[in-house]
Design a protein around this ligand. Structure first.
Ligand SMILES: Nc1ncnc2c1ncn2[C@@H]1O[C@H](COP(=O)(O)O)[C@@H](O)[C@H]1OP(=O)(O)O
Ligand SMILES: [Mg+2]
Ligand SMILES: [Mg+2]
Ligand SMILES: [Mg+2]
Length: 384
């Protein structure tokens, strides 16, 4: 694996840049300190390629969605040939690019596919993956059924605080995907338990802001790729590959002018708590309900100013549902914490161990939002 090192000397810096505060140990106090930061150029290029190929595969399946494509997992969440195909493809590409010490924490596994009656669906997944690899042309291979199942199962790593781990949600927002709405392919890299790279492919997200009146016009193109590397800012480019622009979260300081995102699915979030918080803040606009980490992408470019996520009791958040989105928003100037104001900790394995919910906004609004969240949670608890 090739590792590039980016060195820079910052003798006159009074304040270290934000990314040092967030992701690296504090710089030594000496004014001639040399700060060494990792570059993840090769990892970023591979992640963008893998996520874009997976997005194309998903778009193809969404267009021709058949009832038989949908399976049900034990937790009753739907899973489609596209979820499996996307995971196999991303896993295969990353393994090719980083054959040494490859580790991937991903949502799906092949257990159900290996059961009786799974063969037909595996054949469909295999065809989708091989067609995508042929169109790409970089790898001169045709995967066998077992190769595809193994690629899916290579996502069984547990992650953790040591070394590097890729983190993948092959389709985040499968319910949105099935409805023809928003979904995302979310890929991140953990290094030493911190998210250092995040890529979000959002095939149905308009290229222009969701707050634009004309976004539903037939001329408005969809398909966004958001990407961020720690310390490098967040960028968005069209999924068709044209050039990238740097994005920033909304600069709104007055909560009355803020708009907020929450889950489309009522079962995923306590909308009553979100509306109490919004009421306390004086937010006037109704919530914008969209599926998946597309919310983090939209927030990173300022389409809305707040994202509230309060799952029902007993739901455990997984790292692949937040890792890429969290970096995309924080590198665009936003803040992501749990409801106790703590940063999300991705170093504890597959699950996020957090207090009550996840709140996201810009740095100016966070103190107000945090107060409204605490008060609303107390109020709700005392009314029960
Ligand atoms: N009961 C649930 N509560 C909260 N989130 C859920 C629940 N079931 C599935 N999810 C996950 O919530 C995310 C969708 O978030 P949102 O509600 O913001 O659209 C997805 O990661 C989805 O997983 P999946 O990746 O299987 O779609
Ligand atoms: Mg799922
Ligand atoms: Mg998900
Ligand atoms: Mg998923």
């Amino acid at each position: 694996m090739s590792i590039n090192w980016l060195r820079f000397v910052s003798p006159s810096l009074k304040k270290p840049p934000l990314f040092h505060l967030c992701h690296l140990p504090p710089p030594p106090s000496s004014s001639s300190a040399v700060i060494v930061a990792m570059s993840y150029d090769k990892e970023l290029a591979a992640a963008k390629k893998a996520a874009s190929l997976a997005a194309r595969l998903c778009q193809k399946v969404q267009k021709a969605l058949l009832q038989s494509d949908v399976q049900s997992k034990n937790d009753k969440s739907p899973v489609t040939v596209a979820d499996y195909g996307s995971q196999a493809l991303v896993s295969f590409v990353l393994q090719q690019e980083f054959p040494d010490n490859f580790s991937l924490v991903a949502e799906e596994d092949s257990k159900d596919l290996r059961k009786d009656g799974g063969q037909e669906i595996v054949e469909r997944i295999k065809k989708l993956v091989n067609d995508s690899l042929t169109i790409d042309g970089s790898y001169n291979v045709t995967l066998s059924t077992e190769d595809v199942l193994k690629a899916i199962d290579n996502g069984r790593s547990e992650g953790g605080s040591q070394g590097r781990h890729w983190v993948l949600d092959p389709i985040d927002g499968t319910k949105g995907f099935l409805r023809g709405d928003q979904y995302a392919i979310a890929l991140a890299l953990l290094d030493g338990g911190k998210v250092v790279l995040g890529v979000l492919a959002c095939p149905n997200l308009p290229l222009t802001s969701l707050s634009d009146a004309g976004q539903h016009s037939p001329n408005n193109k969809v398909g966004c790729l958001f990407f961020a590397v720690v310390g490098g800012g967040t960028y968005m480019q069209p999924l068709d590959g044209s050039s990238a622009v740097k994005v920033q979260v909304s600069a709104v300081e007055n909560p009355q002018e803020a708009s907020f995102f929450e889950s489309y699915e009522a079962a995923h979030s306590m909308h009553d708590l979100s509306s109490l918080i919004a009421q306390k803040l004086g937010v006037k606009a109704p919530p914008v309900r969209i599926d998946s980490q597309a919310k983090y992408g939209a927030l990173s470019r300022g389409d809305g100013a707040i994202y509230l996520r309060f799952p029902h009791k007993g739901y455990r958040e997984k790292i692949w549902d937040h890792a890429a989105g969290c970096l995309v928003v924080s590198e665009a100037g936003g803040v992501v914490t749990d409801a106790a104001g703590q940063p999300l900790d991705f170093s504890k394995g597959k699950y996020l161990d957090l207090d009550t919910g996840i709140i996201v906004t810009n740095q100016k609004l966070m103190p107000l939002l945090f107060n409204a969240v605490r008060k609303s949670i107390q109020e709700k608890a005392s009314s029960l």
